[in-house]
Design a binder for this molecule. Sequence first.
Ligand SMILES: Cc1cc2nc3c(=O)[nH]c(=O)nc-3n(C[C@H](O)[C@H](O)[C@H](O)COP(=O)(O)O)c2cc1C
Length: 443
Amino acid sequence: MAVDEQMAISAFLYPTGYHVAAWRHPDVPADAGIDARHYIEITRIAERGKFDFIFLPDSAGIRGRDMEALSRTAVRYVAQLEPFTLMGALAVSTSRIGLTATVSSSYNEPYHVARKIASVDHMTGGRAGWNLVTSQNPEEAFNFDAQPDHDTRYARAAEFAEVVRGLWDSWEDGAFVRDKEAGLFFRPEGVVPLDYRSERFKVRGPLNMPRSPQGHPVTLQAGSSEAGKELGASSGEVIFTAQPTLQEAQAFYKDLRSRLARYGRAQDEVRVLPGVFLFVGRTRQEARDKFEQLQELIDPVVGLGLLSSELGHVDLSGFPLDGPLPPLPPSNAGQGRHKLLVDLAAREQLTLRQLSQLVDGSRGHWQPMGSASDVADELQEWYENDAADGFMIMAPALPAGLSDFVDLVVPELQRRGLFRTDYRGRTLRDHLGLARPAGRVPQ
Ligand SMILES: Cc1cc2nc3c(=O)[nH]c(=O)nc-3n(C[C@H](O)[C@H](O)[C@H](O)COP(=O)(O)O)c2cc1C
């Protein structure tokens, strides 16, 4: 049984939707990625549905090399607003929902990141979170320096998280007394020195702002390799993952949770949220029609290009489309997704064409389809059988895919007592049932 008494639900926000061809759908604004009003609309739909948070994915570079394939899709970070800039707009347009943004530990400095996330936490009264990624996309590296290898990226990420948390604890809660009468703005003894020094980072501190409402804004994490799961177990509070079947999700859930004790962490400090790429309709046929409509919009050129980049930029052009997936070299990119797709192709004996069609839609995520009660049955099954503490909803096309979920599935989950009918607190930690970390005490 999951650790909280009700599910956590969040919305994954690729502006046009998660489906690779969503931007071509007649109801989807093709310029959604650069229209702040569109992101605000979607976040408000999620807030109307009482979601825990919205999740902004990110990449500091276009994802992919094949310009012909890229030129026909909107989901490879070719036209998307930068998450922190966007968070400012979302912060003042909403009042209850959590806001979380993806941050690369490979191409940022901890001080910048700690400061930006704490700012959003102050601006929203405690609704901020960050998704700590190591950046699997080799194309990002070209905008900075060479891509560090997989283990080095993860070693930096673990230290990065430690420094960020240290900076968030730069001040005692209540150090800023702002006593006009006495003329005292803050108590100097309320500073908690950091003085972090290692090969990688030299950060004196303190952070130049008071401790934020949540103490620590919530840390999300999504790596599935060995190193990725260790980082999740040491630092992640919400673990986001791609698991195509109940059995694989159960194995991941158990594996991740079995690693917590090693870091002195309790089971209730972590929530595991698999991604759900779902199609819901008022009838099963309507859900299937929505799926078919999007699949028909996929340009064949996009198919192979996308599969190739999901597999770590292997060149698949010389292989027959109706033959099996050829043996592939190990990847320095995302190892979790690479293994998932190779295993899927072998297990289901998929041809290259079949694998690419499957990847174009869900990219390895679980894909329920049907009426509201069909979808609710499947979510309930995962939730009640140690596979998930909640879900990351990856609506195929936006905004309609998300409002369908909110209008059809959320009431069904509420009727079954599986999801809240209203927010129970003010902060993202309140929504998720995560405790507020005590700060450090000045020595
Ligand atoms: C569901 C999911 C969503 C992710 N979103 C992002 C993202 O927005 N940006 C990014 O750079 N990496 C993202 N990642 C990548 C991971 O956080 C991680 O850095 C990557 O999977 C490589 O780790 P691995 O080799 O441990 O799997 C995501 C991963 C998963 C499973």
